[in-house]
Ligand binder design. Structure first.
Ligand SMILES: Cc1ncc(COP(=O)(O)O)c(C=O)c1O
Length: 416
């Protein structure tokens, strides 16, 4: 599943000791495994090889340029959601013909910049956005290919902030309106409305909601076909869940087995947009115990990593396994004690884990927060004026610094 394993009671990333990484690069630190990234990307690509899909890695999950370059070199396209992500994607060297662009709030400037770059598809999320893209394309003398993002009104079992295909969510367009857009596509003279996009949410561990969404859309596609309208692209989004603790998510193969029979019937080119599936278990967040604080009602491990570095526990009450980097040093005869692992930020919501058991936890110990490769650094902020951590990429026995630790001067660089 991933390349973070104990060897003789010491945690390693591929062939590199995590303790050595922490000592050399300091903490808090994000550490990634190149092999895990590529294995996961290749797994999803090969599971869908019967339809020769375009796999557009979702940049928002982990947008470090070195990570994007590595995936692009291996053939990935990119799924973007802003002008900033377009900039990153192009800097990473992806062909614009492998870029797809979703977002409910694309600005006129972002639309113009993106049309000029000749990307493959906009995933359009409202009728007024469609009108605006058509106007901008006309002004630029271009014809732009677009897909319509369908909101299939499906509620998968995941955190309420991670559903995106339910009728109450802001994303996509309801099926009836989508049908009308296709029937009246001649109104949008500068657009080639040739695709359908759906993304129902994130960290979905079961294939059934994906199947239900695709079945709903298949009905629409068949109805359009009877009216002479052919869909060229079908983008089934991302959303595949991973293991953080006890989840039993569908594998790429199981997912493909469930949805491929439906997709094959459509006869369209298939696009996928996995983010977490590729990056989630490819990275860890390393932090050091600053203080062990024993209070009457709770024990706290106060660490140097915080919610500004990894917000998922605070934002989604997400569970990340937290492992001691040197398990041998914990295997003393003393009994395990329970701690909340908390950061230095001035919020009671600043925690990385609650009620975690450790044996002999001491000041200066390193802890590894597992499964931090997706929505980790990419959601980090400078809250409490904390410089953001460094990022390193491990490849076998080699380590590359792929983002230097921010300095205090970075905090005020754009202030007047
Ligand atoms: C449109 C779209 N595609 C793909 C993704 C990636 O989702 P995941 O990381 O769950 O695969 C997202 C995540 O929010 C998204 O909004």
């Amino acid at each position: 599943m991933h390349e973070f394993k104990y060897k003789r009671n010491e945690l390693y990333c591929e062939s590199v000791s995590i303790k050595r990484l922490a000592e050399k690069y300091g903490t808090p630190l994000y550490a990634y495994s190149r092999k895990t990234f590529l294995d996961h990307y290749r797994k999803i690509r090969s599971a869908f090889k019967a339809v020769n899909p375009l796999v557009c890695y979702s940049v928002k999950a982990n947008s470090n340029l070195s990570i994007l370059r590595m995936l692009v070199k291996d053939g990935a396209g990119l799924d973007i959601v802003s002008g900033g992500e377009l900039y990153r994607a192009l800097r990473a060297g992806v062909s614009p013909r492998k870029i797809v662009y979703a977002s409910v709030g694309k600005t006129e400037q972002e639309i113009g910049e993106t049309i000029r770059k000749n990307i493959l598809l906009f995933n359009v999320e409202s009728v007024p956005e469609l009108v605006l893209i058509n106007q901008v394309a006309e002004r630029l003398g271009k014809r732009q290919q677009v897909a319509i993002r369908v909101n299939p009104d499906i509620k998968p079992k995941t955190h309420k902030y991670a559903t995106t295909g339910h009728g109450e969510n802001k994303f996509g367009i309801d099926i009836d309106t989508v049908k009308n857009i296709f029937l009246n596509r001649w109104q949008y003279e500068h657009l080639d409305i040739s695709g359908i996009h759906v993304h129902i949410g994130s960290q979905i561990v079961d294939a059934r909601p994906f199947v239900r969404a695709i079945e709903k859309i298949t009905k629409l596609v068949k109805r359009l076909e009877r009216g002479g309208i052919k869909i060229r692209w079908f983008n089934i989004g991302g959303g595949l869940g991973i293991i953080y603790s006890g989840e039993k998510p569908q594998t790429a193969q199981e997912y493909a087995k469930a949805v491929l029979p439906l997709l094959k019937r459509l006869g369209a080119r298939i696009i996928l947009e996995p983010g977490r599936f590729i990056s989630g278990n490819s990275g860890i967040f390393l932090t050091k115990v600053l203080y062990v604080k024993e209070a009457p009602r709770k024990n706290f491990a106060v660490v140097d990593g915080a919610m500004n570095d990894l917000v998922r526990p605070s934002l989604y009450e997400a569970y990340h396994e937290i492992l001691p980097v040197m398990s041998r040093s914990y295997a003393s005869s003393r009994r395990a004690r329970t701690y909340d692992v908390v950061g230095p930020v001035c919020e009671s919501g600043d925690f990385l884990g609650k009620d975690r058991r450790f044996i002999g936890l001491e000041q200066g110990n390193f802890l590894a927060v597992m499964g931090a490769g997706a929505y980790g650094f990419s959601m980090a902020s400078n809250y409490n004026s904390r410089p953001r951590p460094a990022e390193v990429l491990v490849d076998g026995s080699r380590v590359k610094l792929i983002r230097r630790r921010e300095k205090y001067s970075d905090l005020v660089r754009n202030e007047m």
